[in-house]
Write a protein that binds this ligand. Structure first.
Ligand code: HEC
Length: 127
């Protein structure tokens, strides 16, 4: 490779990487995104054993922090007291939980609005 070809090859690889990320958001189902990004900590199965995070079965529309037996952080309880998980609140939460409840235990951020919206659509159908 000549010295000029090398940066070009690097740039092409980067372009390929970036475009797969975009395609991923368009072609991967909400369920698959959920499995990739949430399932390590959250279950959507009824009566599943407690994970690192609370069960998310039917989370859209339900009062925040209402999973019986899950030890929510004090920060979570204070910030979300009396609120319910509307799609809008979930969207803010997934973008950056620390902005909704500073100090929450959930370590996750999703800057891509299309990915957030697919996951929220999937969660609406878990009942
Ligand atoms: C690294 C583990 C982890 C990942 C990954 C994760 N979460 Fe969480 N999540 C948590 C923890 C821990 C809490 C409890 C937060 C607290 O009590 O401060 C939580 C809380 C929540 C809540 C509040 C539920 C309630 O009881 O009201 C929602 C909604 C949620 N997560 C959605 C998601 C979604 C959707 C994803 C994937 C896009 C995700 N989380 C990814 C760990 C995680």
């Amino acid at each position: 490779m000549t010295p000029i070809q090398k940066p070009l090859a690097v740039a092409l690889c980067l372009a390929a990487l970036l475009s797969t990320r975009v395609v991923a958001a368009q072609n991967v189902s909400g369920e698959d995104l959920y499995k990739q990004q949430c399932a390590a900590c959250h279950s959507v199965q009824k009566d599943a054993p407690q994970g690192m995070g609370p069960n998310l079965l039917g989370v859209v529309g339900r009062p925040a922090g209402s999973v019986v037996g899950f030890p929510h952080s004090k920060e979570f309880k204070n910030a979300l007291k009396g609120k319910s998980w509307t799609p809008e609140l979930l969207d803010k939460w997934l973008e950056n939980p620390q902005k909704v409840a500073k100090g929450t235990y959930m370590m996750y951020q999703q800057p891509d609005a299309a990915v957030r919206s697919s996951i929220i659509e999937y969660l609406k159908n878990t009942k």
